[in-house]
Write a protein of this length. Structure first.
Ligand SMILES: NC(=O)c1ccc[n+]([C@@H]2O[C@H](COP(=O)([O-])OP(=O)(O)OC[C@H]3O[C@@H](n4cnc5c(N)ncnc54)[C@H](OP(=O)(O)O)[C@@H]3O)[C@@H](O)[C@H]2O)c1
Length: 293
C-alpha cells in the first residue's frame, strides 16, 4: 500500500491517474505519488479501473472534473488514440497512446512514451542505440512504440509475432520494419545487436510459452532486453545471462516512460534515478505490497 505520507488533498490539488482494466497491479500510483511527495507538490495520482466500452465516458468525465490528464494502459491504448484532439508525433507513429494531457482549452493531447522510455532505459545501461539490427518478439502496442523509436535511431528492425497478420499490420504502418515468421525467428538471431521481448511470455500469471530461438546461436555482443518487469528477472534474462550476454530488464522503461506525463501534469521533472528504482524493486519483491497493488 503506498504510504499516504504528507499528501494533503484540497481544492488546489493537481489530479492525474492511470486508466486500465484491470489496473490494481499498476505500480504507477506508487511511483507518481512518491515523486509528488519528494517534490513537495500538491498533487495526487490514482488508479482508475475503467471497463472496456467505458473509456471515452470516463475520460470526458475526468476532463470535466478538472484532472490534468491520465496514463492509459491495457486494454485502452488504441481507444485513447481514437479520442484525442491532438496527436503527438510519437503517438501517430506508434498508433497508440499511453499518456493523455488535458489542456486548459479543454482539448486532449495524446502521447506515446513507451518507445522513448524503452530507448532511454537501454541508454541508461550504457548501451548506445544508434544502429545495428534489432529483433523484436511480439507485435502488440508496446512493440509498435519500440519499433518506431528504434527506427528513428537508425536501427534495422525485424519483428516476429505468433500471429503473423498482426506483425504484417505493424510493418504496413511502419516503413522499414521487416517481418520474420515466428517459427523462423532463430534463423535471424545471428547478426542481431539487440533482442527485445515485447510479448507477455514470462510475465507473472501470463503466458509461459517457449521462445522460438536458441541464444547459443547469438552474437556474443547481443543485448537481450525484456520489457516484462513482473518478475524483474525473467526467464529470458536469466537464460541470456547464462550465455554471458548483456541484459536490460523492463523496470527502467516503466520509470522512463512516466517522466513526460509527470512533467506535463505537475509542472516538474521527476527524479528518474536509483531511489525510485529501489522503491519499485522493493515493492515487486514484497508479496503483500503486490497484493495491495
Ligand atoms: N516495462 C514497461 O514499461 C512496459 C510498457 C508496456 C508494456 N509492457 C509489457 O509488455 C507486454 C506486452 O504489452 P502490450 O501492451 O504490447 O500487449 P499486447 O498489445 O496485448 O500484445 C501482447 C503480445 O504478446 C504476444 N503473446 C501473448 N501470449 C503469447 C504466447 N503464448 N506466445 C507468443 N506470443 C504471445 C501477442 O502475440 P499475438 O499477437 O499472437 O497474440 C502480442 O504480440 C506486457 O507484458 C506488458 O506488461 C511493459
Amino acid at each position: 500500500m503506498p504510504d499516504a505520507g504528507n499528501i494533503r488533498i484540497d481544492g488546489h490539488t493537481l489530479l492525474a491517474g492511470v486508466i486500465g482494466w484491470p489496473v490494481a497491479h499498476s505500480r504507477s500510483p506508487l511511483m507518481h505519488n512518491w515523486w509528488l511527495r519528494q517534490g513537495g507538490i500538491n498533487g495526487a495520482y490514482v488508479p482508475l479501473p475503467v471497463a472496456p466500452g467505458q473509456f471515452e465516458t470516463a475520460v470526458r468525465g475526468l476532463l470535466a472534473a478538472g484532472f490534468r490528464g491520465v496514463n492509459v494502459t491495457i486494454p485502452h491504448k488504441e481507444s485513447a488514440y481514437r479520442i484525442v484532439d491532438r496527436l503527438h508525433r510519437s503517438a501517430r507513429r506508434s498508433g497508440s497512446v499511453n499518456t493523455l494531457v488535458f489542456d486548459s482549452d479543454g482539448k486532449i493531447e495524446g502521447y506515446s512514451t513507451d518507445g522513448d522510455g524503452f530507448v532511454a532505459n537501454v541508454e541508461a545501461h550504457g548501451i548506445a542505440v544508434n544502429g545495428g539490427r534489432a529483433l523484436l518478439l511480439g507485435a502488440g502496442g508496446a512493440a509498435r512504440a519500440i519499433a518506431a523509436s528504434l527506427l528513428d535511431r537508425g536501427m534495422e528492425v525485424l519483428v516476429a509475432n505468433r500471429t503473423r497478420a498482426r506483425a504484417d499490420a505493424l510493418a504496413a504502418s511502419l516503413e522499414g520494419v521487416v517481418v520474420v515468421d515466428w517459427a523462423q525467428a532463430g534463423s535471424v538471431l545471428p547478426g542481431c545487436a539487440m533482442l527485445v521481448n515485447t510479448t507477455s511470455i514470462g510475465m507473472e500469471g501470463g503466458a509461459q510459452a517457449q521462445f522460438p530461438l536458441d541464444l547459443a546461436q547469438a552474437d556474443p555482443a547481443l543485448v537481450v532486453c525484456d520489457i516484462v518487469y513482473v518478475p524483474r528477472r525473467t526467464g529470458l534474462l536469466e537464460w541470456a545471462a547464462g550465455h554471458g550476454l548483456r541484459t536490460v530488464d523492463g523496470l527502467g522503461m516503466l520509470i522512463h516512460q512516466a517522466g513526460l506525463g509527470f512533467e506535463k501534469w505537475f509542472g516538474a521533472k521527476p527524479d528518474i534515478g536509483p531511489a525510485v528504482e529501489a522503491l519499485l524493486d522493493a515493492d515487486l519483491r514484497h508479496p503483500r505490497a503486490r497484493d495491495a497493488g
